[in-house]
Design a protein around this ligand. Sequence first.
Ligand code: BTN
Length: 306
Amino acid sequence: MTSPLTSPIRWPAEALWEALAPSLPGFTVEVLPEIDSSNTELMRRFRGSPGTPPRAEPVLLVAEQQTAGRGRLGRSWQSRRGDSLTFSLGLPLQPADWSGLSLVAGISVAESLDPGGTGNAGDTSQPRIGLKWPNDLWLCGPQGNSKLAGILVETASWDGIRYVVIGIGINIRAIELPAPPPLSAAMPAMAAIPPGCLQDLLPDVDAPEALLRILPPLVQAVQAFEQFGFAPFQARFAARDVLSGRAVQLSDGTQGTAHGASETGALLVHTATGMKEITSAEVSVRPLADTAPAAVANPMKDAGPC
Ligand code: BTN
């Protein structure tokens, strides 16, 4: 197994602050060596505690190590210092409609890390970054597709202030995962599925460099979303949509064919009873061809094209 990074990590805190403070008054950058979860911490700060008023300032919290990283639908998110980039951006936000925000974050991250990615759609010989509704980034390449990153968007409100925390976890460097224990004597242990990692696409990009590339455009995208909603992003999502045209199954058992995202960011699925708009954050969706285990922390691999 590759060994964890022990040397200090040089985060571009000052460069990020200089780039973002003009558009985010009161912005701060904080790096913590260890925390349970950067999302949990920012939600705690916003909610405040007895004697500590809620804090609704814009903040970037980078966690070098999370001990209880969280994913969507109550799943856990595992990462290792230096091999992953784990951070949360918290800021007050007042969009007219919140739907589509996690798609916007995904679009922005994918475009920052893979700006030419839409140019080779359909060409599986080169890796590119695709988006799986509603919050996954996939690395799609000749070896198949694997989960590269996940996004967890959470909101809270207090005294008329609405605060959003956008948590992003990206696999930067490959880690060999130990094989999971066998499910039963009759079912031998499966080989662990390696996650997609950014260095398969950008070998020289480490976690600090990835953060520097991602954050300024992410803030711009979130502010554009606040003003104009998801509609202006719809075509950009479509250019990287890995589910489009594929047979999918929803977590409630419904099957159909994915038809992209609507103007409000809902997943359109053509089912036996007609077109359905999937908006619920509680719904998960997977391509029917995918037979890998669904645990998000074990990013899934899929044989189909992006
Ligand atoms: C998912 O794939 O379900 C979302 C994963 C989100 C993980 C990131 S890592 C930084 C932030 N802190 C967390 O506890 N979760 C998010």
